[in-house]
Design a protein around this ligand. Structure first.
Ligand code: 5AD
Ligand code: SF4
Length: 440
């Protein structure tokens, strides 16, 4: 692609942003852009932003400040802001940082090539609408390049749950599911390009209810069964789920669908019913534990992961003890825990904050407990036989690294292995953040 314009995309935040960045790169590929891996020499820099962490917008403004050197080196450089900060801040971004040429919210990415052609030389393009059309259908490129063995595929976007701390319902909008056939076609296209494992993405993925080929709304489980029939696709995962949407057919699929991996990310946020109510989570600790019980009955070896917020407004030490008790009962293989921090515009934003030191102390106690369980679950893999999808060379000579069905990183030294191989492995050793094993 000699003479192609150069595009640098910096992606923040979740896996859905990774997926969106790939789609935007493909769409801008149609407008003559070729992706590069650093901002030097770029004709366009796109920041695909995330709004979930604290002071997200401020961090993007500082990052934009640092982009000035590139704009000075190349006055024709176009700078764009995409993602959830673009959605939340909108025109404010251009007011505060006039060197930005383009601001595009997550639901308008299919308009990006047209916006790119309009922006620059002082002209600005801004789009933070929530249009009706399926942006991914409009973004559809026909890329031929082979790719790695794992890929993300967005099936559902947005959220109608309105947890009191969360910006997602405002930045990603109302829940929308993509039609089944488009997802199956996209999965087949990925498999043709070398993909063997697909992670279905959605902010509330198990609330999926896309139109099936029969005209009826299909559940996530039904979609997974359709993907189970795609030849060459070996593994299916999905994230992120809400406990209230773990339907019977999805739980059954964990016991019966061979390609659905024994790993589930099921955030609970807190173990205290009082706090769960204040969070507007719409479930209790007990109802969550009953869901876990049903999942384990269907798939006893499943590895669970979760998200937690400590120091939510009004959380007492007793509430926090409830969280520790729930963690003891579930024993997570992985978990992500955060100190609560205010998101402007969310219902909890105006509530009195928990003392910062108390919140930090709770966070470290929670993380210590989770780490202990994580360690025990990983160590218990030693001696077991797992299947590993190899992704890339490891650090040692002749070593390949991949993921087990339980999402543990596994290293194997065997010169015959290559990326994309799926093999049975006996786990020999549990290391700090990975396992080591031998081919069977
Ligand atoms: N403060 C702290 N953590 C938050 N999360 C979402 N919003 C906030 C907030 N305001 C966490 C939740 C969610 C994960 C993606 O980020 O645990 O599940
Ligand atoms: Fe946010 Fe998840 Fe709650 Fe939706 S269900 S509001 S995405 S935390």
């Amino acid at each position: 692609m000699a003479g192609a314009k150069k595009l640098y995309i910096k992606t923040y935040g979740c896996q859905m942003n990774v997926y969106d960045s790939e789609r935007m790169a493909e769409a801008l590929g149609g407008a003559g852009y070729e992706e590069i891996s650093s901002p030097e020499g770029a004709d366009m820099i796109l920041l695909n932003t995330c709004h979930i962490r604290e002071k997200a917008a401020e961090k993007i403004y500082s990052e934009l400040g640092r982009m000035r050197v590139h704009k000075e080196a190349n006055p024709d450089l176009k700078i764009g802001v995409a993602g959830c900060v673009a959605q939340a801040e909108g025109a404010e971004i251009i007011r505060r940082q006039p060197m930005v040429d383009l601001v595009v919210g997550p639901q308008s990415y299919h308009r990006l090539p047209e916006m790119e052609s309009r922006a620059g030389g002082g002209a600005k393009a801004l789009d933070t609408d929530f249009p009706e059309e399926d942006k991914f259908e409009r973004l559809k490129a026909r890329p031929k390049a082979m790719r790695g063995p794992t890929a993300f595929l967005t099936v559902q976007e947005g959220c109608d749950k309105f947890c009191a701390f969360c910006v997602v319902p405002y930045t990603r909008g109302a829940e929308v599911s993509r039609p089944v056939q488009r997802i199956v076609d996209e999965a087949k296209g990925l498999v043709e390009r070398g993909v063997r494992e697909i992670t279905l993405l959605g902010q509330n993925v198990n609330a999926y209810h896309g139109a099936g080929p029969d005209g009826a709304d299909w559940t996530l489980a039904k979609l997974i069964w359709a993907l189970n029939d795609v030849d060459g696709l070996e593994r299916i995962r999905f994230t992120t789920s809400h406990p209230n949407d773990m339907s019977d057919d999805l739980i059954d699929a964990h016991g019966s669908c061979a390609k659905l991996m024994p790993y589930l990310h099921l955030p609970v946020q807190s173990g205290s019913d009082r706090i769960l109510k204040r969070m507007n989570r719409k479930h209790t600790a007990e109802s969550y534990l009953r869901v876990i019980e049903r999942i384990r009955a269907a798939r006893p070896d499943i590895v669970l992961s979760g998200d937690f917020i400590v120091g939510f407004p009004e959380e007492t030490e007793a509430d926090f003890q409830d969280t520790l008790r729930l963690v003891e009962e579930v024993r997570y293989g992985y978990a992500y825990s955060f100190k609560y921090s205010t998101r402007p515009g969310t219902p909890a934003a105006d509530r009195a904050q928990v003392d910062a030191d108390a919140a930090s102390d709770r966070l470290s106690r929670l993380q210590a407990l989770i780490t202990q369980h994580q360690r025990e679950i990983q160590d218990a893999m030693v001696g077991r036989e797992v299947s590993v999808l190899f992704e890339k060379p490891g650090r040692m000579d002749g070593q390949m690294t991949g993921k087990s069905e339980y999402l543990h990183a596994v290293h194997v030294t065997a010169p015959s292995l290559k990326a994309g191989d799926l093999a049975r492995v006996r786990i020999m050793q549990s290391q700090t953040n990975s396992l080591a094993g031998d081919l069977i």
